[in-house]
Design a protein around this ligand. Structure first.
Ligand SMILES: [Zn+2]
Length: 245
């Protein structure tokens, strides 16, 4: 496989959020059992786990992605990622990239959100990162739509999150950013590119030329009720069409 569009067509990136211990389903969540089955299925079908770093390096032409590969990401930094997700990744020796909103690291409750989902701590983040399988990246400081923020506030929000991650976990070798609610525009992309971010993650069931030009990578929302191989096929088909345009 040589050109980058072919490589990206064959490398679906999944985004998970909350992981539940039992079969009790809700939006933006999966279960530990389903995550385990997703990964097991991909590996059995010959897909190789790659990290975002590997994807970034292949975009830069420094390496090539395997013929069939996949990348697992998680958003928001929920504590269940540490207790339920991380052990599954370790079991299969699979990479994971986690995007955190730094103002809620370690938060267990919220004064105005009764069903607030607890978030992992900096110590737990460090344990995961030290395993060599997990990388922690920025999802902004506060979890708000970035396209509605005045540009100075957006700038401060990104810089604060980056500084906190670097202080607690050390500097990162790639700068990746996930947009909260996938809300972005040309100005936010430009600002992040100026700040040195090479990968901007959005939720979208395809990769495309237009996205790639601005450093954006589409991610599949890995819903609890869709078969992982159906997601892979849909992603490949949509990406292929959009790269052919
Ligand atoms: Zn989020």
């Amino acid at each position: 496989m040589n050109n980058i569009s072919n490589q990206l067509i064959n490398c679906p990136v999944f985004v998970y959020h909350h992981i539940k211990p039992e079969d009790e389903y809700m939006m933006f969540s999966t279960t530990a059992k389903k995550l385990d089955r997703d990964i097991q299925t991909l590996l059995m079908k010959g897909y190789k786990s790659v990290s975002l770093k590997t994807i970034f390096e292949s975009i830069q032409g420094k390496n090539e992605l395997p013929e069939k590969s996949f990348c697992i990401t998680f958003d928001d930094g929920y504590e269940c990622n540490y207790h339920l997700g991380y052990p599954i990744l370790k079991k299969y020796n699979v990479y994971g990239d986690i995007f955190i909103s730094t103002d809620s690291v370690g938060a267990k409750t919220h004064p105005s959100i009764p069903d607030f989902i607890p978030h992992f701590s900096w110590e737990q983040a460090l344990v995961m990162q030290n395993s060599g399988l997990i990388k922690i990246h920025s999802h902004g400081h506060c979890h708000e739509p970035n396209n509605e923020m005045p540009s100075d506030l957006f700038d401060e929000n990104v810089r604060t999150s980056l500084a906190l991650i670097q202080n607690h976990l050390g500097s990162t070798d790639i700068k990746a950013y996930a947009y909260p609610y996938s809300e972005f525009n040309a100005q936010t992309n430009e600002k992040l590119n100026d700040l040195g971010f090479g990968l901007l993650m959005i939720a979208c069931w395809k990769n495309s030329k237009e996205f790639l030009k601005q450093g954006c990578i589409g991610r599949i929302e890995a819903d609890f009720d869709i078969d992982i191989m159906d997601m892979v096929e849909a992603f490949k088909c949509l990406s292929k069409k959009s790269f052919e345009k």
